[in-house]
Design a protein around this ligand. Structure first.
Ligand SMILES: [Zn+2]
Ligand SMILES: [Zn+2]
Length: 277
């Protein structure tokens, strides 16, 4: 087991599927840089420098180049992500997986080492079908032209140790979009793209230091939680801290942060903390 080491948790993208702002919709634009959001992504960094990514969305190259959105163009080369010990897949939607080809450069930076993708078999098989060239069975080494990835299907509710961290995948409902996977990692849980939490998964959200929760907007939505649904879930699970991610283009950081109850924070790209894991 991993014990209680401190891991860094950083949000590299907290926007919904088309990112924020939405082009062609100037009424939804904001001058606050915290309202400029890349597509969904985050990572955990372990005490030995291990890196576990949550998903590999279409903004992945930007997220790994400038994970904290330093923006100054000078400091970022020393802050970029240059290794990956595994990718924890929440589901196969484009905004969470269609940066998969960018993992190729991590293979290169790791001298050819392949990268395991962990998740539910349903989502991993969908990725195999869509991106077959990334999964050359029997050839673990980066070949230069395509990513070298491995699928590692995991059973719901079964703890597994990855790069020194014990993680547990568990099922969530993504509403009419089907099932997604939540990840319990020590005293953090990462639950993006959730409409409802099945009762059988509630145990994985108990005694949390940080619950990262997908909350799209104020109005109800068929596949994502809205503000009121999220607060109802928090009342059931009572994490010490909650962070809202996967924010829609209507969401204004300043407004949501002002009305958030104690213990609830609103994400921005580059949001970072440390958690026991
Ligand atoms: Zn999404
Ligand atoms: Zn989704």
């Amino acid at each position: 087991m991993s014990g209680e080491a401190l891991w860094e948790f950083t949000v590299t993208g907290c926007g919904t599927s088309h990112g924020c702002p939405m082009w062609g919709a100037p009424a939804l634009w904001s001058s606050d840089p915290r309202d400029r959001r890349r597509r969904s992504g985050a990572f955990l960094r372990g005490p030995q420098g291990q890196i576990l990514l949550f998903d590999c969305g279409p903004d992945l190259a930007h997220q790994l180049t400038d994970p904290y959105r330093d923006w100054d163009g000078v400091s970022y080369p020393s802050r970029c992500i240059t290794r990956c010990d595994g990718v924890l897949i929440t589901h196969d939607h484009a905004d969470h997986t269609h940066g998969i080809n960018d993992l190729r450069h991590l293979n290169r930076l790791m001298r050819g080492r392949s990268i395991p993708l962990y998740g539910h078999n349903l989502h991993l098989e969908a990725l195999r079908r869509m991106f077959a060239y990334c999964f050359a069975d029997g050839d673990d080494l980066y070949a230069g032209a395509s990513p070298a990835l491995r699928c590692v299907p995991l059973a719901d509710g079964q703890p597994v140790e990855i790069a020194g961290l014990v993680v547990v995948p568990f099922p969530m409902s993504h509403g009419t979009a089907g099932r997604s996977t939540g990840w319990r990692c020590g005293r953090l849980a990462y639950c993006t793209d959730i409409k409802e939490l099945p009762a059988s998964s509630e145990r994985w959200l108990s005694d949390l230091d940080l619950l990262v929760l997908g909350v799209l907007r104020d109005a109800p939505h068929p596949t994502h939680q809205c503000w009121d649904e999220a607060l109802a879930l928090l009342a059931r699970c009572r994490p010490r801290r909650a962070l809202f991610v996967h924010l829609g283009p209507e969401v204004r950081y300043r407004e949501w942060a002002a009305r958030a109850p104690a213990g609830v924070e609103i994400a921005y790209d580059g949001w970072t903390t440390r958690v026991a894991a």
